[in-house]
Design a protein around this ligand. Structure first.
Ligand SMILES: C[S@@+](CC[C@H](N)C(=O)[O-])C[C@H]1O[C@@H](n2cnc3c(N)ncnc32)[C@H](O)[C@@H]1O
Length: 358
């Protein structure tokens, strides 16, 4: 038996949550496997017991269905002690035996050690891509992406992922520029959530001039800022103070109310919530708004200071799903441990019109 691992990247410190989630995904596919992790490494290796199971796993995995994993691929070879004057030849040998790729992602982990390889990976990307192109191993129509994950400058995992079911971004990380006039850094969390969790169609339908939103736990206004940028009229609920410049836009009404109790009379187009509260309380609140039809779209954070984060997330999302089902409401949801999230994940729920596809 010589099984190669499936590799999943996550935020350092979240390896056991990522492993628990991958294990649960495999169980749901009736596949047996086991995870190998090291604390703060920023990744998980997952092994299945036979080739047939590996094939099924490869066909089932979808990054959009995983919360704690940012990126994944199926490793085909682990190259160690790569000659520093010619790393490309051994990589080429593996690639030519496997498949053509649409693009090559030269990646490193998000751990302290991994980030030290960032410059090297950037530099290596161009020559390796040119060589692969020359060898006819890069093709626009290929269904696969090639991953070169460097663990050291002479140590590389080579593998493949299917286009569309893994991230097309290096390391699965969406890098965003902090807008200078935003009131807080957490503005990037909502920007990333909007781009990652909502489809282009949904963004267009909801984020438009004149639409309305509520921001629960809004101060100082980083999330409200994002909504205002899209032209929405925002009701910001928080006892704390809102950014003065943001208030001058006249797109924001600030109410010093308890966000756990307050509800608008008329429904709004979108609800966002970044309150520091127990995740089960936030989940209950989101279910209340969605079931009452006070919003069609909700983006919220679940803060996760506890140990068993995957279990907590499962319980909270399961509770919202149960409540919507009990009320006979169709829905779509997706959740992600975003790059800009720390001890929290971001969730998107949408009430669907009955029988409407995603
Ligand atoms: C992480 S901060 C929000 C940051 C904000 N999203 C931003 O981008 O600037 C959490 C906020 O939730 C507010 N908060 C917590 N519990 C609340 C409650 N029950 N009612 C209203 N606001 C609450 C706090 O006052 C705090 O300002």
């Amino acid at each position: 038996m010589n099984q190669t691992p499936f590799v999943f990247y996550c935020r350092p410190g979240f390896e056991s949550d990522c492993a628990a989630e991958v294990q649960s995904f495999a169980n749901a596919c009736d596949l047996a496997g086991y995870a190998n992790t090291a604390p703060n490494s920023g990744y998980v290796r997952f092994f299945l017991f036979d080739e047939a199971s590996e094939q099924v796993f490869f066909e089932e995995l979808d990054i959009h269905e995983l919360i704690f994993a940012r990126q994944w691929f199926w490793a085909k070879a682990e190259l160690v002690e790569l000659p520093l004057d010619d790393r490309i030849t051994p990589i080429l040998e593996v690639c030519s035996e496997v498949a053509m790729a649409k693009q090559v992602l030269v990646e490193h982990l998000d751990s302290d050690e991994g980030r030290e390889l960032s410059k090297f990976c950037k530099k290596f990307s161009t020559p390796v891509t040119i060589t692969l192109e020359k060898q006819g191993l890069i093709h626009e129509d290929s269904e696969f992406q090639l991953h070169l994950l460097f663990l050291a400058t002479d140590h590389c995992l080579v593998g493949f992922s299917p286009v569309g079911r893994a991230s097309e971004l290096k390391g699965g990380i969406l890098r965003l520029k902090f807008p200078k006039d935003a009131p807080s850094r957490s503005t990037l969390k909502l920007e990333e959530a909007i781009q990652t969790l909502m489809s282009g169609k949904q963004r267009k339908a909801v984020l438009r001039l004149g639409h309305t939103a509520v921001d629960l736990g809004a101060a100082p206004g980083g999330w409200t800022y994002q909504l205002v940028q899209h032209g929405l009229q925002v009701t910001a609920i928080d006892n704390g103070s809102m950014d003065k410049k943001l208030m001058q836009t006249e797109h924001v009404i600030h109410l010093k109310e308890n966000a756990l109790a307050w509800m608008p009379e008329k429904p709004v187009n979108m609800l966002v919530c970044d309150m520091v509260e127990k995740p089960s309380l936030v989940a209950k609140l989101m279910a209340k708004w969605l079931v009452a039809g006070k919003t069609e779209h909700a983006i919220f954070n679940l803060k996760l200071p506890m140990k068993k984060r995957f279990q907590e997330v499962n319980d909270c999302i399961g509770m919202i799903c149960d409540e919507l089902e009990e009320a006979d409401i169709d829905y779509f949801w997706q959740a992600k441990h975003l790059y800009h999230d720390r001890e929290e994940i971001t969730v998107y729920f949408r009430r669907k019109i009955k029988n409407q596809s995603h």
